[in-house]
Design a protein around this ligand. Structure first.
Ligand code: ATP
Ligand code: MG
Length: 497
């Protein structure tokens, strides 16, 4: 394990400031754990024997953060790229958790030991007192380790501080935290703690949905959502995330699939994680077939059918995500992906106009995400029958549908202006002039200015009709050729015909 640490200036500024004023100051919690295993800490927490008032007095810019005595110290380093806040919390004792979510009272203490005792897991109950090594951001340190946290860290084990039954029933969110931290660090869970997790999983019913959501999101964003969800099922935690997922257990599918619906969903979300796709794709991957259990019918030809499962699934997904208090935007985004996920798996020939309609349905900004959900879905079957050529073809078609075609609409002049300049009524001559202008602009895009095109319109208007018609025909021809070249470029890029 590491014994030399890089600590950001704004953090050592805080610990050194407290020590200079005669207080104790320790780094505590996740940041110590992460420093020891060489992982970058997500946030930095400082614990001290100073009271909130004393912390405020010690620093220039501070603000009270919450009811637990936490004071935010704002970085005074002007060279720091953004305003940084370091949370400083007085040593705390906690007593009584009658509602299983929040301590009944918070009592401050003068002893570090009290503060470490109230923490959830041994690897999260380490304190580090840092000492400057000379160089600016390099530090040595001494560890306070009351519960063999370093040993568990070395063995990759999550274990509660003290009796697991007491600690998990005190605050059931720790059940979600255990699964999440295990997924993020790739750690196992110690036997006694694991048993207690299973015993008390039902207490998650007392926990606020948004706190469950936060841990669920971090499980999905970890490298191993599949393993974490399998563990969640074994521990009885799934109903508190989305009870609808339980319907997918053991739901057998057609020959195209190697797995039941549950395992298919897990493998799909795992592929999304392997690809480092963003949260919305991962959520959609997990729920895309959630409507299958309710729509499965026996069929003589294909064993089963699941007609309409994407419509039912979209409704179910909306309910699940609203229940977890996801934002309106996230709900809308994911529901659209689930609703339309069948599109790219259509076995019939997909036409360009069908692709256009699909883009209108899911929205331009979501079309590539929809394609990526499809890619995960395909891997998640365990029998990816659809060949990669088909996928490349779809990509080319989407690109083709998204681009603006080469047309007179690209000109910096329109029919109305042409009529004004030529003092003419609507009629075929307007189109002829526009096409003749198009010919020149395709030859030399620099000519696409209001000024040039207005002058040329006047000149073209003077020409006799046969001459103008000839110029326009050349323009049309060029336009078609340019359009073909653009499409050929897209097809080349995706290596399709
Ligand atoms: P990360 O910062 O990567 O999310 P973390 O372990 O630091 O992981 P935080 O939510 O930042 O998680 O909490 C900081 C510390 O506070 C934890 O390491 C742990 O010591 C303590 N802690 C957090 N939540 C609880 C809880 N529900 N019960 C007991 N201690 C907790
Ligand atoms: Mg933290």
């Amino acid at each position: 394990m590491k014994n030399s640490f890089k600590i950001p200036k704004e953090v050592s500024h805080v610990t050194e400031g407290l020590e200079k004023s005669g207080f104790q100051a320790y780094l505590v919690g996740g940041c110590v754990r992460d420093l020891l295993i060489g992982r970058e800490p997500k946030d930095w927490d400082v614990a001290t024997d100073a009271s909130p008032e004393e912390i405020v007095k010690t620093f220039e810019h501070t603000f009270y953060e919450n009811d637990y005595g936490t004071v935010g110290v704002v970085s005074e380093d002007a060279s720091s790229p953004r305003l940084k806040v370091i949370e400083v919390t007085p040593f705390r004792l906690e007593s009584g958790y009658t509602d299983k979510r929040r301590p009944d009272s918070v009592t401050f203490s003068k002893k570090l030991e009290d503060d470490l005792k109230r923490r959830d897991f041994t690897i999260n109950a380490l304190a580090l007192k840092i000492e400057r090594k000379g160089e600016t951001d390099s530090f040595t340190g001494s560890i306070t380790d009351m519960f063999d946290g370093q040993k568990d860290l070395k063995n990759g084990l999550i274990r509660t501080v003290g009796n697991p039954h007491d600690r998990l029933s005190e605050d059931a969110l720790r059940i979600m935290r255990a699964i999440r931290i295990s997924a993020e660090l790739g750690f196992g869970i110690e036997k006694g703690t694991l048993e207690a997790l299973k015993t008390h999983a039902n207490l998650l019913g007392h926990i606020a949905k948004e706190r469950i959501r936060e841990e669920f999101v971090r499980i999905l964003m970890s490298d191993v959502p599949m393993n974490a969800l399998i563990m969640s099922r074994e521990l009885g935690v799934i109903p508190y995330i989305a009870k609808e997922l339980e319907e997918s257990y053991d739901i057998e599918q057609n020959m195209a699939h190697a797995y039941d619906v549950w395992e298919h969903l897990l493998r799909t979300v795992q592929h999304a994680a392997d690809k480092k796709y963003p949260l919305e794709i991962r959520i959609a991957a997990l729920f895309h077939d959630i409507g299958k259990p309710r729509t499965r019918r026996v069929s003589r030809e294909t064993k089963y059918t699941f007609y309409g499962h994407e419509v039912v699934g979209a409704k179910m997904t909306e309910k699940i995500l609203k229940n977890l208090n996801f934002s309106r935007e996230t709900v809308d985004y994911v529901v659209k992906l689930v609703r339309w996920h069948m599109f790219f798996s259509d076995t019939e020939q997909i036409t360009l106009s069908a692709v256009r309609r699909m883009i209108a349905n899911v929205g331009k900004e979501r079309i590539w995400d929809l394609m990526n959900v499809r890619i995960c879905d395909r891997i998640g079957t365990g029998r990816p029958k659809e060949n990669p050529y088909r996928l490349r073809k779809y990509k080319a078609m989407v690109e083709e549908a998204l681009r603006d075609p080469i047309s007179v609409g690209m000109l910096k002049i329109d029919g109305k202006k042409v009529m004004e300049i030529g003092k003419m009524a609507p009629g075929p001559k307007v189109g002829l002039i526009l096409n003749a202008l198009m010919e020149e602009v395709l030859d030399d895009p620099k000519k696409n200015t209001d000024e040039y095109l207005s002058t040329r319109t006047k000149e073209l208007n003077e020409l006799d009709l046969p001459t103008l018609s000839k110029l326009a025909a050349v323009g049309k021809e060029k336009k078609m050729k340019a359009e073909e070249e653009e499409l050929a470029k897209i097809r080349n890029k995706h290596k399709v015909k």
